[in-house]
Structures are given as structure tokens and as C-alpha cells.
Design a protein around this ligand. Structure first.
Ligand code: ZN
Length: 82
């Protein structure tokens, strides 16, 4: 895997936090399992690939406030099944 900056120095992080995950953003707060569909992992684990040269989270996709609100309200912490 290579970052958009050209670096191959990608660190994988897996943080097993089960239902002790919490996040806050503006007026949104959440405690529980890791939320799915916002690019940070899901369920029991926060998972991120981070470039050690530029700090970019790999494969990050923008998350709108509407999507974040919907994920929090539905307590979606496992990926959608298709
Ligand atoms: Zn990079």
C-alpha cells in the first residue's frame, strides 16, 4: 500500500475498545460500540491506516453531518449488509 504522497510508510492501528468508544463532534456525542460507515472501523475495534510521512488516514472518505447523525441515531456499529 502506498499513500497519495508516495510514501510506503503506512501504519495500521487496531484499537480494541468494544463498547468503550466515544466520540464528540459539535453537538453530537456518542458512547458505545465503534460506529460503522464513517471510516474508523466498526463494532469492537477502531481500525485506521495512517501514513507516517504526511499523517493522512488512508482511504478516508468525507462524512457529512447528515450521515454522521443517521449513524449515531441508528447506533449502526456493524457494516451494512448488501
Ligand atoms: Zn502520506
Amino acid at each position: 500500500m502506498a499513500c497519495k504522497c508516495g510514501s510506503n510508510r503506512i501504519m495500521f492501528i487496531q484499537a480494541h475498545c468494544r463498547d468503550c468508544f466515544n466520540m464528540s463532534y459539535e453537538n453530537m456525542d456518542y458512547d458505545g460500540y465503534v460506529l460503522a460507515d464513517i471510516g474508523i472501523g466498526s463494532g469492537d475495534d477502531v481500525c485506521l491506516d495512517i501514513c507516517l510521512d504526511c499523517g493522512q488516514i488512508q482511504d478516508w472518505r468525507p462524512v457529512t453531518d447528515e450521515v454522521l447523525q443517521e449513524v449515531i441515531e441508528s447506533k449502526r456499529y456493524y457494516p451494512k449488509r448488501s
